[in-house]
Design a protein around this ligand. Structure first.
Ligand code: DQA
Length: 147
């Protein structure tokens, strides 16, 4: 059985749908999970889709992905702008890492313009709402198959 693509979401993304919908849209994280699953299946992949509000939990999952995933999509949410520890964990991955954001942080407040995650990411998809996740899954599937 091929390894899944891990799709990890950070803090406050469990409240998608009601959280600042003018910025993040009205899709829930469950809606996005279904879209990612369908897209991955069409490409011959499976996903492991998880969300946590806790930095250490996200780090445990990133470490797990070292051996259990064929690629990693991560929306680190606010931790992208603050967490050296998440960057350090991502740097240990040999599989492709796709950073993903619903909004386009580069077009928002100055403190969102840089993310630590970008330093370890193979590529970045941002600004397309829930579609960013689907595109990121597609990118991870592509990179996993050309590897
Ligand atoms: C986000 C952008 C971050 O700046 C913010 O802290 C989030 C969501 C996005 O998906 O657009 O929580 O990662």
């Amino acid at each position: 059985m091929a390894k899944p693509i891990y799709v990890l979401s950070g803090p406050n993304l469990n409240l998608l749908g009601t959280r600042e919908p003018e910025i993040y849209g009205r899709q829930t994280l469950e809606d996005i999970r279904v879209l990612c699953e369908v897209r991955a299946a069409a490409l011959g992949h499976t996903i492991e889709f998880r969300q946590s509000n806790h930095e250490g939990v996200l780090i445990d999952w990133i470490q797990e992905a070292r051996t259990e995933a064929c690629g990693l999509v991560i929306n680190p949410a606010g931790y992208g702008h603050t967490s050296v520890a998440i960057l350090d964990a991502l740097k240990m991955l040999a599989v492709p890492v796709i950073e993903c954001h619903l909004s386009n942080p580069a077009a928002r407040e100055a403190f969102r313009r840089e993310t630590y995650v970008s330093l370890a990411a193979t590529g970045l998809v941002s600004g397309f709402g829930g579609k960013s996740y689907e595109l990121a899954v597609e990118a991870a599937a592509h990179l996993a198959s050309v590897k």
